[in-house]
Design a protein around this ligand. Structure first.
Ligand SMILES: Cc1ncc(COP(=O)(O)O)c(C=O)c1O
Length: 339
């Protein structure tokens, strides 16, 4: 089976496992896990932030970021394709009691105008706009990314209007290897940053929230009440350190393979169009009445797994466990497959 459902399906390789089993651990709820501490320091330093917090998932780091930067009755501005809005179980309402102002950006990328035009007036009838959340790369936008100029402009607008700015950077390294920016360069624009170790970077579990000392102190209380404080988590943190040290530059290979998959789909007879392939995500729309569900289940019978991404949209994601040999196999399957 070739599995392109997500970049989260990877399993740790030998070297990562070696790092995990030889990790020095302690009880992280007592702050005594040296490997978790090392990972947090490393990540904070990479992004030029004061502190970081290791959490079980990107959903948790995003939800904590929203919780610590809003009050009930506030409003968060984000794109309508955002993971924080679509795929976190209504968590903004449930965890933080905030409303959401959805904007329709360019494949999920919002602009300073989207923000400025949607800030609520200081009026008791209106929610208070307090936070902007952007996603980079944008999952539902086909893995597109922001340029540094776009991020800087968003930052300036947020600063002007005294708004906090959160980055859902589940796939931020996919963006960075394409733009050539460093993590430090973009770190300075955000009040909070969430990154995932368990996607393109290939770790089995884990995300990090980065921010100021003060915010991370608050985040730690929220992580506890969300049930996300872990004990000997150093075994997992060791995988994260390995991933940050070894698996960033190679994301370019995933992007090359995704572009190749995009080209294959562009000439597929069932495909209407393919979104531009900017990183490791390929989204295409099917022709006529063909449903994504039908296409995906028939393709699975041929040995290629992917996910429906809307009524007629399908998503492939390339990753660490999808190599050039598998790319050749996928091409063979797709060239002889037609509904
Ligand atoms: C853009 C984005 N943000 C956040 C998440 C949440 O990560 P997790 O699955 O670790 O909760 C995902 C997961 O796929 C994602 O794609």
């Amino acid at each position: 089976m070739i599995d392109l459902r997500s970049d989260t399906i990877t399993r740790p390789g030998k070297e990562m496992l070696k790092a995990m089993i030889s990790a020095k651990v302690g009880d992280d709820v007592f702050d005594e896990d040296p490997t978790v501490n090392a990972l947090q320091e490393k990540a904070a330093d990479m992004f030029g932030m004061e502190a970081a917090l290791f959490c079980p998932s990107g959903t948790m780091t995003n939800q904590i970021a929203i919780r610590i930067q809003t009050q009930p009755q506030d409003e968060v501005i984000c794109d309508k394709r955002s993971h924080v809005y679509n795929y976190e179980g209504g968590g903004m309402a449930y965890n933080s009691m905030v409303s959401v102002c959805l904007v329709d950006g360019d494949r999920g990328r919002i602009s300073p105008e989207h923000i400025a035009n949607n800030i609520r007036p200081d009026d008791i009838h209106a929610p208070r706009t307090s936070l902007v959340s952007i996603e980079n790369t944008v999952n539902k936008g086909g893995g597109c990314y922001y340029s540094s100029q776009q991020i800087e402009a968003i930052y300036k607008t947020c600063k002007l209007h005294d708004l906090n700015l959160h980055l859902d950077g589940a796939r931020i390294f996919n963006a960075l290897v394409e733009t050539g920016q460093t993590s430090r360069e973009i770190g300075k624009y955000f009040s909070t940053i969430s990154i995932c170790l368990s996607k393109g970077l290939g770790a089995p579990v884990g995300s990090l929230l980065m921010s100021s000392h003060e915010n991370i102190r608050k985040a730690k209380r929220i992580r506890k009440v969300f049930g996300g404080a872990m004990r000997q988590a150093g075994y997992l943190a060791a995988a994260g350190i390995y991933a940050l040290d070894h698996n960033i530059e190679r994301l370019k290979d995933d992007h090359r393979r995704a572009r190749a998959m995009g080209l294959i789909m562009e000439s597929h007879p069932n495909v209407d169009y393919v979104l531009p392939v900017d990183t490791n995500i390929v989204i295409f729309r099917l022709k006529g009445q063909l449903t994504a569900h039908h296409f995906v289940s028939r393709l699975a019978e041929k040995g290629l797994l992917c996910v429906p991404f809307g009524q007629q949209e399908v998503r492939f994601v390339t990753h660490l466990d999808f190599d050039d040999t598998m790319l050749g196999q996928a091409e063979k399957i797709l060239k002889s497959f037609y509904i």
